[in-house]
Unconditional design. Sequence first.
Length: 314
Amino acid sequence: MSKQPLVSIIIPVYNEEANLKWHHDLLRDYLKKLPQSFEIIYINDGSSDGSLTILKDIVKKDKLARYISFSRNFGKEAATTAGLAKAKGDAAIMIDADGQHPAEMIETFIREWQAGYATVIGVRTTDGGAGFMKSLGSRGFYFILQLLGADNSSQHGLTDFRLIDRKIIDQYNKLTEHDRVTRNLLDWLGYSRKLIQFEANERHAGDASYSFRKLTKLAINGIVKHSTRPLKFIGIAGFLVALVAGLLGIFMVIEKYLLKDALNLSFTGTSLLAVFLSFMVGIVLFCQGLLALYLENVYYETQNRPIYIIEEEG
């Protein structure tokens, strides 16, 4: 009888004390039904509540579980990276601790992986109780990412809830980006993949830990780290502004001086110049701001700071 593969379950944790024990019991009860071997790796991302205490209790009672605890909050992307660095499995599955990712999908993920797919990605078909405005904002966010060419991860509904093969884990661990978007990097690595739709559950308790500020930062990183299309847009915008300004200038000269204001537009040079200069200043400032985002990422990457700092593990 062939040996069953080991599958690592990676679970980032940030202020999830209301969900941890419930979710762990639910997950363990489900994993007992599967023939594969499992390890469960929790990454405490600098939680300010009682999450770490609960994790220590879980690890003490369950030999399959272990934890990593950061010195402060480094973000979900760093937590996922740390979990993959510690994973020993032939494959790894990333799952949230709030219960929105259904545990019963794990069997489907493993089945598709054993059928030959290197990556199996959960595609969310519902927003798990999210309000209309949040759902609309999410769809708008992914539309903008697609428009700006921020790679295949910008497809709406693709999630971090996924299985990746050992060869992808090893390649991911070699990457050097510091301020990263995990799903984009995993998709950049390539390999065969299978998309599996699922309906997201509502959170068991508490509110989502991703604030508007964190989501905005993730969106910016997703754009400036995985697409140069905005830089090309600058050149296109500059050309169009120059073209429009040139045509407008020619029209003004012909209408005012050759046609003697035949259309009664009564152009005044001062007012039109003021409008034109204001428009040009706006374009220049916008382009400078966009370039600053790229320069900011170059600055942070060249600092060579660690992605995360582990304070303790067990």
